[in-house]
Each structure stands twice: as structure tokens, then as C-alpha cells.
Design a protein. Structure first.
Length: 431
């Protein structure tokens, strides 16, 4: 009998949540097959089987929190075995059913339920119901009989969300019955209570990642003295350069020339000039970093993630663009590894892709600086005392930790980024 355990995930991660079982009890798995997907604070991890065999028991249900090293499933290893054919539940004779009742492993994974009152019995056959461990646990806690729960699963398996839906339905029915049986009361309830009691709502459990994002954002606001300074950039020169070099750049590097490489280059140059924005606080000390791993905020299905472009100061424009494309694709496909998210020294976030004209970015702790990009919009700009032109302008925002970064340094940092972007050829000269 083999055990499936939660592996070591990362130095800072000691637990995860079972997001989805990819195999079910009775399934035959080959060595290396994915069995379960775990959701951690940062990424989703898929655990594979170390042996071939039949999955005999699931010890944690979907949504359960599990610790590193904890056994979450058992596998009956069978070298060279082939996948067994699953017997049909309705063809199971009473003799086989009694044998299955005597098997300890089966007692934990299959529940025998009494047939519905309206369903006719056929000989001595019994009806069997398959339910996930999470569903069985939820049913026990709520005092619900599994045979009463309708399921949308084509194989008739009962899942936890079936239990939740059935419980909510019963709760609503009980409330309606209680209201109908109440005598007339001269004291009317408050308007808010009466208006909201029958309104449709949907209750959805926050994913582990969303809970972590919420927790860390609140922690940053509570622990850092965060301030934001703003400026605006005339994007005329950058857009003209992109237009001139776009096709040739793509032919040479097989990647498109976007804004992010210009901003990353400008940020790295400014960080070299103002190193405290590339630092962090550790107790009573400042850790000033002499490397430039720039986090790029990316919208993923489960929330915002910040994968890191390593050694951005050593990368070319094409290298930066290629790294960002690869990381963004991995984020969309939920394939980011822990190493992709760890160790950033400064973050860039682009709310402009969603149409944001101006915002105040929140620090990505323990970093002490984050640059916010925004939408490029044509605005009338005074060129000199006599001329006004429509120019493509972008507001930029720098949020910083005032505990170690003074206002003068923050404003100067942002002005440097602005100057470099308005003279993009100068970025090629920055060492």
C-alpha cells in the first residue's frame, strides 16, 4: 500500500488547499500521472504518482487544507498492472455487495444508501452511491442523507457543491415555511432586513490565493508608511521609435516591441541612481540590493500575480520582452512555478491595459517601491509659450515606503523615469 503525501513546496510554504482531485477512488494510475492539484499561497502544484496502481482512498477532500508531509491518499501499487474495467453499479449482485461491505478500504470510499421510496426493487439488487470525501464530510456535518441529494454528475457521483446547494435549498425552504407560519406582527422589521431577506445572492468561497492577496495587501497598508507621487510622460518619442523599429524588431527577435521593455530599462537606470528604492527593511537594518529582479504584475485567472524578470539590467530589450511574454503566458495557463514569483526587488504594474487613467498602486511587500503605468491618452500640452499640441500622455505613479525613502528621493526617481522615457535612445547608453 503506497501513500500519496504533500511534497516540500517551498521554504516559505508549509500548507496548501486541495483544489481538485484529478483521479478518483478506483482509478488506475500510471507512475508519473497527475493525481491532485494543490493551491498554495502563490501557485498551483500538481502532485504525481510515484508508483503505478489503483487509488484506494482519498484522505482529504476538495477545499481541505493539508500540511507538507501529510498523507492525502493511498495507492495499492501494482507493478505492470493494467487499468481495470470499472464494474457498473446497477449490475452489482447482492453477494458482491456484501463482500464489498466487508472490505475496509471500500467502506471508506463507497456508501451504501437505501433505495428511494418510489424506485422499485429489482430482485435482491442494491443501489450504490459514490460520493467524494469532501461531500461525505459535509453531509455528516449537516445531517444530510446522501441519497436525498440531487447531482449533476453524469455518473451520479455526489460532490461537495451538491451538498452545499442542497443545504442552501433546504435552508431557504425552512425560512419560507417559518415566515408563512408566523402570526401577524404589528411591529414591522427594519427596511434593510425586509428588503434583503428574499434577494438573490450567491455565496462563493475565496480561493486560497485571493485570501493571501487580501491578507498581504492589508498587512502592507498596516506596516508600511506608504505614500504615492505622480508625474506624466509624453510618450511621443517612445511611440515613434516603436513604430519605426516594430517590424524589424519582430523579424530579428520573434517578439513584439512593447512599452514594458522601455519602462523596465528606465526603472533599472533610476534604481541605480536611487538605490534605496531597491531595498527592503529587515528589523533595524536596510538590505540594499545590488541586483535588479523586476516584478511585472500580471492578471491571472485566480487574481493578480507578480512574476519576476531576473537580472533585468543584463537583458536586452528583446530579452525583457521575451521574458515578459513567457511569464504572462504561464500566468494565464496557471503554470507559474514558485521560483518565477520569488525574490523581486521592485515592481511595475500596468493598469492602463484595462483603461485606468490614474491609480495608486499598493506596495508588493517587502519591496519599498512600485511603479504604476496607466492609459496613454491624447491631451493638449503646452510645448512652449506659444504652441499647444495634442500629445499621447501617460500618468505614472510611484508608491514608496516613506520609512526609508524620502519624498525628495521618490520625486527625483519618478522624474528620472520620465526623462529617460521621453528620450528613449538614452536608454541604450545606460550601463
Amino acid at each position: 500500500m503506497g501513500e500519496i503525501k504533500v511534497p516540500e513546496l517551498a521554504e516559505s510554504i508549509s500548507e496548501g488547499t486541495v483544489a481538485q482531485w484529478l483521479k478518483q477512488v478506483g482509478d488506475f494510475v500510471e507512475k508519473g500521472d497527475y493525481i491532485v492539484e494543490l493551491e498554495t499561497d502563490k501557485v498551483n502544484v500538481e502532485i504525481t504518482a510515484e508508483d503505478s496502481g489503483v487509488l484506494t482512498e482519498l484522505l482529504a477532500g476538495e477545499g481541505d487544507t493539508v500540511q507538507v508531509g501529510e498523507t492525502i491518499a493511498r495507492l495499492e501499487a501494482k507493478e505492470g498492472a493494467s487499468a481495470p474495467a470499472a464494474p457498473k453499479a446497477e449490475e452489482k449482485p447482492a453477494e458482491e455487495a456484501s463482500k464489498q461491505e466487508a472490505a475496509p478500504a471500500q467502506q471508506k470510499t463507497v456508501e451504501e444508501v437505501a433505495p428511494a421510496a418510489e424506485a422499485p426493487q429489482q430482485g435482491n439488487q442494491k443501489q450504490w452511491l459514490i460520493a467524494s470525501p469532501a461531500a461525505r464530510k459535509a453531509a455528516r456535518e449537516r445531517g444530510i442523507k446522501l441519497d436525498q441529494v440531487p447531482t449533476t454528475d453524469p455518473l451520479g457521483r455526489v460532490r461537495k457543491h451538491d451538498i452545499d446547494s442542497y443545504a442552501d435549498q433546504k435552508s431557504n425552504e425552512q425560512k419560507q415555511q417559518a415566515q408563512a407560519s408566523k402570526p401577524a406582527n404589528p411591529v414591522s422589521p427594519s427596511p434593510a432586513a425586509s428588503e434583503n431577506s428574499d434577494k438573490p445572492v450567491e455565496r462563493e468561497r475565496m480561493s486560497r490565493r485571493r485570501q493571501t492577496i487580501a491578507k498581504r495587501l492589508v498587512e502592507v497598508q498596516q506596516t508600511a508608511a506608504m505614500l504615492t507621487t505622480f508625474n506624466e510622460v509624453d510618450m511621443t518619442a517612445v511611440m515613434a521609435l516603436r513604430k519605426r523599429r516594430r517590424d524589424k524588431f519582430f523579424e530579428q527577435h520573434d517578439v513584439r516591441l512593447g512599452f514594458m521593455s522601455f519602462f523596465t530599462k528606465a526603472v533599472v537606470a533610476a534604481l541605480k541612481k536611487y538605490p534605496l528604492l531597491n531595498a527592503e527593511i529587515q528589523g533595524n537594518e536596510l538590505l540594499i540590493k545590488k541586483f535588479y529582479d523586476i516584478g511585472i504584475a500580471v492578471s491571472a485567472p485566480d487574481g493578480l500575480v507578480v512574476p519576476v524578470v531576473r537580472d533585468a539590467d543584463r537583458k536586452t530589450f528583446a530579452g525583457i520582452e521575451g521574458s515578459i511574454v513567457d511569464l504572462a503566458k504561464k500566468a494565464r495557463d496557471n503554470k507559474l512555478a514558485l521560483k518565477d514569483l520569488q525574490g523581486g526587488t521592485f515592481t511595475i504594474t500596468n493598469g492602463g491595459v484595462f483603461g485606468s487613467l490614474m491609480s495608486t498602486p499598493i506596495l508588493n511587500g517587502p519591496q519599498v517601491g512600485i511603479l504604476g503605468m496607466h492609459k496613454v491618452q491624447l491631451r493638449p500640452v503646452a510645448i512652449d509659450e506659444e504652441r499647444i499640441e495634442n500629445r499621447p500622455m501617460m500618468y505614472i505613479a510611484l508608491s514608496y515606503d516613506h520609512r526609508i525613502v524620502d519624498g525628495k528621493e521618490a520625486v527625483s526617481f519618478l522624474a528620472t523615469v520620465k526623462e529617460l522615457l521621453e528620450d528613449p535612445e538614452s536608454l541604450l547608453l545606460e550601463g
